[in-house]
Design a protein around this ligand. Structure first.
Ligand SMILES: [Zn+2]
Ligand SMILES: [Zn+2]
Length: 328
């Protein structure tokens, strides 16, 4: 019976390996985490998967990014390269989980080669310190379960703005963005493949680099902060939070100037006077539409976008989505 069960589980995962972008030259973007440090079950913290050709690229290791990949039946060890926007915890707390769980010799882990990571200054030091912090787990699993040493090694690099990765026709470039004076460097990323372009803003205030990169983009995934103005009076701390991010009106201006084929919100910071569980989507859409009339989508975890001859958007269940402005 055990053999049967194992065979069945393995065949599910082998079947899953063939599921990627729907056409060889398509790009597919999946939002693994659209949230922030707030520990919400419905929106994990920042993480985005970009699939292009044989490349599976992960941008940020937010909380629960391993769980979201598992939900998509994508083995953790099959990520070909990872990129960190900046070293705020909501973008890297999932790194040790991705690294160590991805090393475990199962159909959903099974990394046998070093984990490739690019990120701002401090990334290499973090991987070295994690290796020290988890040295007992590495010793135990090596002795006991005999996983290959290479699979738990890091191939990490601190990067500067500019081209950082080029393989199998996919090119990834880092752009410097403005997340505040004390959070430097902070990067956004541009991913190009077969004439298609995806831009991820990272965490940023309104930044000309994002607008420039977003021109001609198929998909511009931008962060946003929607904080009710009344809160700023009673809780001045929200002013500092808002000041590190982009308001819906400013995001709308950025979309209007860059004119991506489709704009998507991810990393949605929100605060309301009356506490709510979910993103106040109506207010976010209304405030965005004061400065932008083009198509956009308010991201939710596990939404995906397939970029081929046209751009198709799907909800977490795989059902087609219609962009907001196109509904009116
Ligand atoms: Zn941040
Ligand atoms: Zn963040």
């Amino acid at each position: 019976m055990r053999f049967t069960l194992k065979a069945a589980v393995t065949s599910v995962w082998i079947g899953a390996l063939s599921i990627g972008a729907s056409h060889a030259a398509d790009m597919k973007v999946t939002l693994l985490g659209t949230g922030t440090p707030t520990p919400r079950i419905g929106s994990f913290s920042a993480s985005t998967l970009v699939e292009a050709g044989p490349e599976r690229l992960l941008f940020d290791f937010g909380r629960g990014s391993t769980i979201r990949l598992f939900q998509k039946k994508i083995p953790l060890g099959s990520i070909t390269a990872s990129f960190i926007t900046h070293l705020h915890s909501d973008h890297v707390v999932g790194l040790p989980d991705m690294w160590l769980s991805g090393w475990i010799g199962t159909p959903w882990g099974a990394r046998k080669t070093p984990m490739v990571i690019f990120g701002p200054k401090g990334t290499v030091a973090m991987t070295e310190n994690l290796t020290k912090a988890f040295s007992e787990d590495i010793r135990i699993r090596t002795d006991d379960e005999h996983y290959p040493a290479a699979g738990v090694a890091f191939a990490a690099k601190d990067i500067e703005p500019g081209p950082v990765y080029e393989k199998n026709g996919v090119k990834v470039s880092a752009i410097e963005v403005n997340h505040g004076e004390k959070i430097k460097p902070a990067y956004g990323y541009v991913i190009e493949f077969d004439g298609k372009k995806v831009v991820l803003s990272g965490d940023t205030k309104p930044d000309q680099h994002v607008i420039d990169a977003g021109k001609g983009a198929d998909l511009l995934v931008h962060e946003v902060a929607i904080i009710e103005p009344e809160l700023l009076k009673s809780y001045p701390n929200y002013r500092a939070i808002e000041d590190h991010h982009t308001s819906p009106e400013d995001a709308g201006r950025i979309f209007s100037e860059a004119k991506p084929k489709l704009a998507v919100y991810s990393h949605i910071v929100f605060a309301t006077v009356k506490p709510v569980q979910d993103v106040p989507e109506d207010a976010l859409a209304a405030r965005t539409e004061t400065t932008y009339a083009g198509p956009f989508i308010i991201g939710r975890d596990l939404m995906s976008f397939v970029i081929g001859d046209k751009i198709e958007a799907f909800d977490a269940g795989g059902h087609p989505l219609t962009p907001l402005s196109a509904q009116r």
